[in-house]
Design a protein around this ligand. Sequence first.
Ligand SMILES: C[S@@+](CC[C@H](N)C(=O)[O-])C[C@H]1O[C@@H](n2cnc3c(N)ncnc32)[C@H](O)[C@@H]1O
Length: 221
Amino acid sequence: MKLSNRMNSIINFLETCGTIADIGTDHGFIPLEIINRGLAKKVIATDISANSLKKTEELVAEYGLEDSIETRVGDGLTVIGENEVDTIIIAGMGGILISEIIGGFIELAKNTKLILQPMTAEAELKRYLVNNNFRIIDEYLCLDGKKFYQTIYVEYGESKKDYDIYISPFWKKDSIYYNYLKNMVGKYKIIVNGLKISDKDGRLEENEKLLKIYEEALYEG
Ligand SMILES: C[S@@+](CC[C@H](N)C(=O)[O-])C[C@H]1O[C@@H](n2cnc3c(N)ncnc32)[C@H](O)[C@@H]1O
Protein backbone atom coordinates (compact mmCIF):
# COMPACT_ATOMS: atom_id res chain seq x y z
CA MET A 1 0.00 0.00 0.00
CA LYS A 2 1.31 3.47 -0.87
CA LEU A 3 1.02 5.76 2.13
CA SER A 4 0.42 9.49 1.78
CA ASN A 5 3.31 11.89 2.50
CA ARG A 6 1.53 12.87 5.69
CA MET A 7 1.32 9.33 7.02
CA ASN A 8 4.84 8.53 5.85
CA SER A 9 6.17 11.40 7.91
CA ILE A 10 4.75 9.69 11.02
CA ILE A 11 6.25 6.31 10.15
CA ASN A 12 9.62 7.86 9.31
CA PHE A 13 9.93 9.06 12.91
CA LEU A 14 9.53 5.61 14.39
CA GLU A 15 12.35 3.74 15.98
CA THR A 16 11.84 -0.02 16.17
CA CYS A 17 10.05 -0.82 19.41
CA GLY A 18 7.83 -3.32 21.20
CA THR A 19 4.29 -2.00 21.32
CA ILE A 20 2.80 1.13 19.80
CA ALA A 21 -0.64 2.63 20.39
CA ASP A 22 -2.25 4.41 17.45
CA ILE A 23 -4.98 6.57 18.98
CA GLY A 24 -7.78 7.53 16.56
CA THR A 25 -6.59 5.01 13.98
CA ASP A 26 -9.71 5.15 11.73
CA HIS A 27 -8.67 3.34 8.51
CA GLY A 28 -5.78 1.48 10.19
CA PHE A 29 -3.21 2.29 7.47
CA ILE A 30 -0.62 3.43 10.03
CA PRO A 31 -0.69 0.21 12.14
CA LEU A 32 -0.61 -1.89 8.97
CA GLU A 33 2.47 -0.08 7.66
CA ILE A 34 4.21 -0.30 11.06
CA ILE A 35 3.78 -4.07 11.16
CA ASN A 36 4.63 -4.52 7.47
CA ARG A 37 7.88 -2.60 7.94
CA GLY A 38 8.71 -4.55 11.12
CA LEU A 39 8.84 -1.39 13.22
CA ALA A 40 6.98 -2.91 16.20
CA LYS A 41 5.96 -6.32 17.46
CA LYS A 42 2.43 -5.15 18.21
CA VAL A 43 0.16 -2.17 17.55
CA ILE A 44 -2.90 -1.35 19.65
CA ALA A 45 -5.18 0.49 17.24
CA THR A 46 -7.90 2.49 18.97
CA ASP A 47 -10.76 4.73 18.00
CA ILE A 48 -13.58 6.43 19.85
CA SER A 49 -15.92 5.34 17.06
CA ALA A 50 -16.72 1.64 16.64
CA ASN A 51 -17.73 2.43 13.05
CA SER A 52 -14.35 3.97 12.25
CA LEU A 53 -12.53 1.07 13.89
CA LYS A 54 -14.48 -1.39 11.74
CA LYS A 55 -12.31 -0.23 8.79
CA THR A 56 -9.18 -1.24 10.72
CA GLU A 57 -10.72 -4.56 11.73
CA GLU A 58 -11.50 -5.35 8.09
CA LEU A 59 -7.96 -4.41 7.03
CA VAL A 60 -6.44 -6.55 9.79
CA ALA A 61 -8.58 -9.51 8.70
CA GLU A 62 -7.67 -8.95 5.03
CA TYR A 63 -3.94 -9.09 5.82
CA GLY A 64 -4.30 -11.81 8.50
CA LEU A 65 -2.60 -9.63 11.12
CA GLU A 66 -4.84 -10.41 14.11
CA ASP A 67 -1.78 -11.45 16.18
CA SER A 68 0.03 -8.14 15.59
CA ILE A 69 -2.73 -5.52 15.51
CA GLU A 70 -5.24 -5.40 18.34
CA THR A 71 -8.24 -3.07 18.06
CA ARG A 72 -9.93 -1.31 20.97
CA VAL A 73 -12.88 1.09 20.99
CA GLY A 74 -12.48 3.97 23.43
CA ASP A 75 -11.81 7.61 24.14
CA GLY A 76 -8.16 8.68 23.93
CA LEU A 77 -5.85 6.89 26.36
CA THR A 78 -8.65 5.36 28.46
CA VAL A 79 -8.11 2.03 26.68
CA ILE A 80 -4.32 1.88 27.19
CA GLY A 81 -2.83 0.40 30.36
CA GLU A 82 0.13 1.83 32.35
CA ASN A 83 3.45 0.67 30.82
CA GLU A 84 1.60 -1.21 28.09
CA VAL A 85 3.13 0.71 25.17
CA ASP A 86 6.50 2.30 24.30
CA THR A 87 5.18 4.83 21.82
CA ILE A 88 1.88 6.60 21.30
CA ILE A 89 0.85 8.04 17.94
CA ILE A 90 -1.96 10.61 17.85
CA ALA A 91 -2.58 11.94 14.36
CA GLY A 92 -5.43 13.38 12.37
CA MET A 93 -7.13 15.34 15.16
CA GLY A 94 -7.02 18.97 16.25
CA GLY A 95 -4.15 20.11 18.46
CA ILE A 96 -6.46 21.03 21.34
CA LEU A 97 -8.07 17.58 21.36
CA ILE A 98 -4.60 15.97 21.26
CA SER A 99 -3.51 18.03 24.28
CA GLU A 100 -6.71 17.02 26.14
CA ILE A 101 -6.04 13.34 25.36
CA ILE A 102 -2.50 13.64 26.74
CA GLY A 103 -3.63 15.76 29.71
CA GLY A 104 -6.28 13.21 30.70
CA PHE A 105 -3.63 10.51 31.21
CA ILE A 106 -0.48 12.47 31.83
CA GLU A 107 1.30 9.78 33.91
CA LEU A 108 0.84 7.27 31.10
CA ALA A 109 2.01 9.78 28.48
CA LYS A 110 5.11 10.63 30.55
CA ASN A 111 6.37 7.06 30.23
CA THR A 112 6.16 6.84 26.44
CA LYS A 113 7.43 8.52 23.32
CA LEU A 114 4.73 10.58 21.64
CA ILE A 115 4.42 11.15 17.92
CA LEU A 116 1.84 13.82 17.27
CA GLN A 117 0.46 15.16 14.03
CA PRO A 118 -2.25 17.77 14.66
CA MET A 119 -4.51 18.93 11.84
CA THR A 120 -5.03 22.36 13.44
CA ALA A 121 -3.81 24.41 16.45
CA GLU A 122 -0.22 23.19 16.13
CA ALA A 123 1.24 26.09 18.13
CA GLU A 124 -1.35 25.65 20.90
CA LEU A 125 -0.43 21.97 21.19
CA LYS A 126 3.28 22.82 21.37
CA ARG A 127 2.57 25.49 24.00
CA TYR A 128 0.71 22.87 26.05
CA LEU A 129 3.60 20.39 25.73
CA VAL A 130 6.29 22.89 26.69
CA ASN A 131 4.25 24.19 29.65
CA ASN A 132 3.72 20.64 30.90
CA ASN A 133 7.36 19.55 30.69
CA PHE A 134 7.15 17.51 27.53
CA ARG A 135 10.33 17.99 25.57
CA ILE A 136 10.08 18.40 21.81
CA ILE A 137 12.86 16.17 20.48
CA ASP A 138 12.32 16.70 16.77
CA GLU A 139 9.85 18.15 14.29
CA TYR A 140 9.12 17.57 10.66
CA LEU A 141 7.21 19.61 8.14
CA CYS A 142 5.59 17.89 5.18
CA LEU A 143 3.38 18.85 2.28
CA ASP A 144 0.58 16.51 1.26
CA GLY A 145 -1.54 17.73 -1.63
CA LYS A 146 -1.91 21.43 -0.91
CA LYS A 147 -1.80 21.17 2.88
CA PHE A 148 1.19 21.44 5.20
CA TYR A 149 1.43 19.13 8.20
CA GLN A 150 3.66 19.21 11.25
CA THR A 151 4.84 16.01 12.91
CA ILE A 152 6.11 16.48 16.45
CA TYR A 153 8.25 13.97 18.31
CA VAL A 154 7.98 14.34 22.08
CA GLU A 155 9.36 12.84 25.28
CA TYR A 156 8.75 13.72 28.89
CA GLY A 157 11.54 15.73 30.44
CA GLU A 158 12.57 19.26 31.21
CA SER A 159 11.35 21.41 28.37
CA LYS A 160 12.84 24.62 27.07
CA LYS A 161 10.36 27.26 28.16
CA ASP A 162 11.51 29.60 25.37
CA TYR A 163 10.96 26.93 22.68
CA ASP A 164 9.78 28.59 19.47
CA ILE A 165 6.28 27.14 18.97
CA TYR A 166 5.80 28.93 15.62
CA ILE A 167 9.10 28.48 13.78
CA SER A 168 10.55 25.17 14.84
CA PRO A 169 14.33 25.07 15.32
CA PHE A 170 14.19 21.52 13.90
CA TRP A 171 12.67 22.33 10.52
CA LYS A 172 15.13 21.98 7.69
CA LYS A 173 15.44 25.20 5.72
CA ASP A 174 14.43 23.58 2.48
CA SER A 175 11.85 24.34 -0.20
CA ILE A 176 8.97 23.01 1.94
CA TYR A 177 10.00 25.33 4.76
CA TYR A 178 9.97 28.42 2.52
CA ASN A 179 6.70 27.37 0.89
CA TYR A 180 5.20 26.84 4.34
CA LEU A 181 6.27 30.32 5.45
CA LYS A 182 4.91 31.87 2.23
CA ASN A 183 1.64 30.01 2.82
CA MET A 184 1.41 31.27 6.43
CA VAL A 185 2.22 34.86 5.39
CA GLY A 186 -0.54 34.67 2.74
CA LYS A 187 -3.00 33.17 5.24
CA TYR A 188 -2.35 35.79 7.94
CA LYS A 189 -2.42 38.68 5.43
CA ILE A 190 -5.96 37.64 4.49
CA ILE A 191 -6.97 37.30 8.17
CA VAL A 192 -5.42 40.66 9.14
CA ASN A 193 -6.99 42.48 6.17
CA GLY A 194 -10.38 41.03 7.13
CA LEU A 195 -9.95 42.04 10.78
CA LYS A 196 -9.01 45.58 9.74
CA ILE A 197 -12.49 45.84 8.26
CA SER A 198 -14.29 44.20 11.19
CA ASP A 199 -12.74 43.02 14.47
CA LYS A 200 -15.64 42.28 16.82
CA ASP A 201 -13.60 39.93 19.07
CA GLY A 202 -10.45 42.09 19.28
CA ARG A 203 -8.24 39.59 17.41
CA LEU A 204 -6.41 42.04 15.12
CA GLU A 205 -3.35 42.60 17.32
CA GLU A 206 -2.77 38.87 17.94
CA ASN A 207 -3.02 38.09 14.22
CA GLU A 208 -0.76 41.01 13.25
CA LYS A 209 1.87 39.55 15.60
CA LEU A 210 1.57 36.13 13.94
CA LEU A 211 1.89 37.71 10.49
CA LYS A 212 5.06 39.49 11.64
CA ILE A 213 6.54 36.21 12.99
CA TYR A 214 6.08 34.44 9.65
CA GLU A 215 7.19 37.46 7.58
CA GLU A 216 10.37 37.85 9.62
CA ALA A 217 11.21 34.14 9.29
CA LEU A 218 10.58 34.27 5.55
CA TYR A 219 12.67 37.37 4.91
CA GLU A 220 15.46 36.30 7.30
CA GLY A 221 15.94 33.22 5.12
C1 LIG B 1 -9.22 12.02 10.62
S1 LIG B 1 -9.14 10.49 11.45
C2 LIG B 1 -7.39 10.24 11.54
C3 LIG B 1 -7.01 8.84 11.20
C4 LIG B 1 -5.52 8.53 11.32
N1 LIG B 1 -5.04 8.71 12.67
C5 LIG B 1 -4.72 9.43 10.39
O1 LIG B 1 -3.90 10.23 10.87
O2 LIG B 1 -4.89 9.33 9.17
C6 LIG B 1 -9.52 10.92 13.13
C7 LIG B 1 -10.02 9.72 13.94
O3 LIG B 1 -9.91 10.05 15.31
C8 LIG B 1 -11.00 9.49 15.99
N2 LIG B 1 -11.15 10.20 17.27
C9 LIG B 1 -11.64 11.45 17.48
N3 LIG B 1 -11.60 11.74 18.80
C10 LIG B 1 -11.05 10.67 19.43
C11 LIG B 1 -10.75 10.37 20.77
N4 LIG B 1 -11.00 11.24 21.77
N5 LIG B 1 -10.20 9.17 21.06
C12 LIG B 1 -9.96 8.26 20.07
N6 LIG B 1 -10.23 8.49 18.79
C13 LIG B 1 -10.76 9.67 18.46
C14 LIG B 1 -12.16 9.66 15.02
O4 LIG B 1 -13.22 8.77 15.31
C15 LIG B 1 -11.47 9.38 13.68
O5 LIG B 1 -11.61 8.05 13.30
